[in-house]
Design a protein around this ligand. Structure first.
Ligand SMILES: Cc1ncc(COP(=O)(O)O)c(C=O)c1O
Length: 360
């Protein structure tokens, strides 16, 4: 039997190869590689899709967060509340600005920020909440927006979720090649409705300048390039169909009875299943069985951010974020991509069933 990967990005873009080649030809023909027509067009199309006034293409999702924090004037002495159960870049961006990441615990059922715990950590120094839509599931935006602090959505894992970028003050996205909307390399985006702030982000991403002659701020060189923008314009047209495919595959795991064996991610209409992350106290045995059957699986944030070596200077101890630490020990994902063969999903469920010792 063929090995089963965790995601199959190639299966997603393979039917589009002729159009991808056309896009490459078009960029080569134009000989405009930086800040050309595809970037401008993609920014407009992404803004329409997300329902925001402005988007700014940047080099990656990490830079998108750093640029936003910088544009908001967040730096040393300021606190930003974020989860510790997320990719490192979330807190890294805060620390990179010289500000202090303040970790809040996650909700046991959703693994997203626990809004009550966030509320308890707001101080006079809190300048923003950085909420992650983890694994494609929207964070509790309504609750977070009531805390009187600007909310930045780290939506790296949730492009295409209805409502994302609608409630928060600013959102950031990554187009890393496994993301729901991806490019064939690195890419990122900032989305917002505040024209003045958007202009500041745009300038910061371009050396603090509008024209590369007059330099207003000490900025960055962080741009989405033309080729990636050309791919993104094409892939954006297929995003809703891919999201439907992800949601169908997620529903099929439930139909196949995976929920009788492990804890499944609770469904909700906005969940776009960037990853299909389950939980089980027996996850190591399950992963061993999957590995033996050549089925890929993964675990996420097994050392949560408050316990990472680089952030030890913040002084967090093991046990200080109990739900985060439990999620770190129990989570694992099984293969999921749009259009995956149901027979592959049956094979996954059969192996998990044998691993947890349940007979059919
Ligand atoms: C939650 C989260 N934030 C930020 C990032 C950073 O994005 P990038 O890898 O494009 O810098 C990622 C993805 O890798 C992510 O998953």
């Amino acid at each position: 039997m063929r090995p089963i990967p965790l995601v199959d990005v190639k299966a997603q873009y393979e039917p589009l190869l002729p159009r991808i080649r056309e896009a490459i030809e078009g960029v080569l023909e134009s000989a405009e590689f930086i800040l050309g027509p595809n970037v401008a067009a993609f920014e407009g199309e992404a803004a329409d899709y997300l329902g925001v006034r402005e988007t700014i293409g940047v080099a990656n999702g990490t830079d998108a967060i750093v640029l936003v924090l910088d544009a908001l004037g967040i730096g040393p002495g300021d606190e930003v509340i974020c989860p510790a159960f997320t990719f490192y870049a979330t807190a890294e961006a805060i620390a990179r600005r010289g500000a202090t990441p303040v970790f809040a615990d996650v909700d046991a059922a959703t693994m997203n920020l626990d809004a009550d715990d966030v509320a308890a950590r707001v101080t006079a120094r809190t300048k923003a909440i950085l909420a992650v839509h983890l694994f494609g599931r929207p964070a509790p935006m309504n609750e977070l927006m009531q805390l009187g602090v600007p909310v930045i959505e780290d939506a790296a894992q949730a492009f295409g979720s209805p409502g994302v970028a609608q409630l928060g003050d600013i959102s950031t996205f990554s187009f890393f090649p496994t993301k729901n909307l991806f490019c064939i390399g690195d890419g990122g985006l900032v989305a917002l409705n505040d024209d003045e702030l958007a202009e500041r982000v745009r300038m910061l991403a371009f050396h603090g300048s509008r024209d590369k002659t007059d330099f207003q701020f000490v900025g960055y060189n962080s741009r989405l390039d033309e080729l990636q923008a050309a791919f993104l314009r094409l892939f954006l047209q297929h995003l809703d169909e891919w999201t439907r495919g992800r949601r169908e595959a997620a529903a099929r795991y439930a139909e196949l009875g995976l929920g009788d064996l492990v804890e499944l991610p609770v469904d909700e209409p906005g969940h776009v299943y960037h990853l299909f992350v389950c939980r089980s106290p027996e996850r190591d045995a399950i992963r061993d069985a999957l590995r033996e059957s050549e089925i890929a699986s993964a675990t996420y944030y097994t050392t949560p951010l408050h316990l990472q070596p680089a952030l030890r200077f913040l002084g967090w101890e093991p046990g200080s974020l109990p739900e985060t630490e439990r999620a770190a020990q129990e989570n694992f994902s099984v293969p999921l991509w749009p259009g995956m063969d149901p027979a592959v999903q049956e094979r996954v469920v059969d192996v998990v069933r044998s691993a947890v010792g349940v007979s059919v």
